[in-house]
Unconditional design. Sequence first.
Length: 255
Amino acid sequence: MTSATTGVRLDCDGPVATVTLCRPDVLNAQTPAMWRAMSDFSRDLPGDVRVVVVRGEGRAFSAGLDLSVAGAAGPGSFAELATLPEQECADRIADFQAGFTWLHRPDVISIAAVQGYAIGAGFQLALACDLRVLAEDAVLSMAEVTLGLVPDLAGTKRLLDLVGYSRALEVCATGRRMDAAEADRIGLATLVVPTAELDATVRDLAAGLLANNRDAIVEIKALLAGAAERSHAEQQRAEREAQTRRLRDLAGRGE
């Protein structure tokens, strides 16, 4: 599915779907129209899709929010949002967040293929994915604070889970840039590869995920995603229950 008006595209090839930000002339800077389109992709995704790859066209993943849109008058602009009643503004931001949070879906594994800039909304889009493969030229920054704003596209919890409170605070409160080597060192990157090998590495990773039982992977993702909120005893119970479901399913005794 291609949309020249929104600047983002969904392509499906069997069990792999690819979301491509396709505004390379502005380093894939993001707009509210793109977020709405990405939210719609969740409803458009065929049922046999197991892996979603998110990438940027050209030399950058995404340089962040398109300030020429956000800073102008009109729907989704800072000026328009500031005039809304408090709850209506929050509801509008919730709609924006939906363009990111669908990548958390329990039935798919999402992979961000990050080259060049992943700034602000671009960083948060990478964080929305389950796995992040970074090219060696990747540059990441949670830059919202430099505009007097906070990260609001569902990125703060994901960042905290990956790097811990102190590092997450430092990254968000300074808005500084980090390279791929640092991102790897602090736990943000799943893999770091030479830029020329990014696409091939992502394909290999997707193939590795697809080689295994879909229902087992869905159970594994649920176990790990909920582990931080469970006690040891609760996690052990969740493991037992998941394994029971798998055993019954493999024996043909599932409901």
